[in-house]
Design a protein around this ligand. Structure first.
Ligand SMILES: Nc1nc2c(c(=O)[nH]1)N[C@@H](CN(C=O)c1ccc(C(=O)N[C@@H](CCC(=O)O)C(=O)O)cc1)CN2
Ligand SMILES: [Mg+2]
Length: 289
């Protein structure tokens, strides 16, 4: 292995500590703790694990955790009514509906119902628009976590060639917007791109978020490039990323799966919650958070 392994787990632990400090300052200034409401519909095992981890991380950061578990056959109207109650609840600063939702519920209808200023997932179209136009908003956790890891390696991102593989609303599109905001030259490649390898070969930074195990081949990587693997694919061989492990022989730095991007998602969720709380209450928050 030649590449430096990017330790997302350690980075996330440091971020969670800084969030705890900010949450304590918020509690002092605002006279209450920041609050995060997490809604889980159904009993998908992976989602249940993530929701439990979010609750634990919230409490560990000195914040208030509100967990709402609804049965898999709950109606869309009932779920939306819960979102309305959470929007109106002043002790709730952040609202998150765990995805995926059961097929009979329209994900967009639910996400667009969340108050954009409590949308700590950053999935609401108002927050997507704020990000695209450079306004202050809430940014999706996984891409913001990837950016934090990248900034640690490249304090100066300006001018670097970045290729984002995948164009989902949750990772690919916000990732490209964040890198553009940092003055990278950004290319997004996707299932209809004609020469994916040709684009990736030029990249100083590769962010893979396609959801296809081992999709990115070692020979696509420019020697020394930084590779961020967002993939979390459950296979017979265990948990694998979107990047072939052989890429570690070519890259300069690479995130492992597990232990790379994954842990950053929940740490950034904690960060977004304390930031949302501070903005709502009109109190200061560590600008470096
Ligand atoms: N409302 C949301 N739903 C979903 C999101 C999200 O950000 N908001 N992201 C994913 C699931 N997710 C958090 O919700 C999440 C995924 C993975 C990890 C993580 O730490 N992964 C570990 C491996 C864990 C394992 O063994 O399964 C890693 O990669 O190292 C945290 C959170 C979809 N839904
Ligand atoms: Mg795609």
């Amino acid at each position: 292995m030649t590449a430096r392994l990017i330790d997302g787990k350690a980075f996330a632990a440091t971020l969670r500590d800084r969030v705890a400090t900010a949450a304590a300052a918020f509690a002092r200034d605002a006279g209450r703790k920041p609050g995060l409401a997490v809604v889980l519909v159904g009993e998908d095992p992976a989602s249940s694990v993530y929701v439990r981890s979010k609750g634990k991380a919230t409490i560990a950061a000195g914040m208030e955790s509100f967990e709402h578990r609804l049965s898999a056959d709950v109606g869309e109207a009932e779920l939306i009514a819960l979102v309305d109650r959470l929007n109106a609840d002043d002790s709730v600063d952040g609202i998150l509906v765990q995805l995926p939702l059961p097929r009979h519920i329209d994900e967009r209808a639910v996400i667009t119902r969340i108050d954009p200023d409590k949308d700590v997932d950053g999935f609401h179209p108002v927050n997507a628009g704020r990000l695209a136009t450079g306004l202050e908003g809430l940014v999706p956790c996984t891409p913001l976590g990837c950016l934090m890891l990248l900034q640690d390696i490249h304090p100066q991102l300006a001018g670097l060639e970045a290729v984002v593989i995948g164009r989902s609303n949750i990772v690919g599109k916000p990732m490209a917007a964040l890198l553009l905001q940092q003055s990278c030259t950004v290319t997004t490649v996707h299932s209809r791109t004609r020469d994916v390898m040709g684009h990736v070969r030029r990249a100083d930074i590769v962010v893979a978020a396609v959801g296809i195990p081992g999709f990115v081949q070692p020979e696509w990587i420019k020697p020394g490039a930084t590779v961020i693997d967002v993939g979390i694919n459950r296979t017979d061989a265990g948990l694998v990323g979107d990047v072939d492990p052989g890429a570690a022989e070519v890259a300069g730095a690479i995130t492992p799966v597990p232990g790379g991007v994954g842990p950053m998602t929940i740490a950034v969720l904690m960060r977004n919650t304390v930031v949302a709380a501070a903005r709502r209450a009109g109190v200061a928050v560590d600008p470096a958070l």
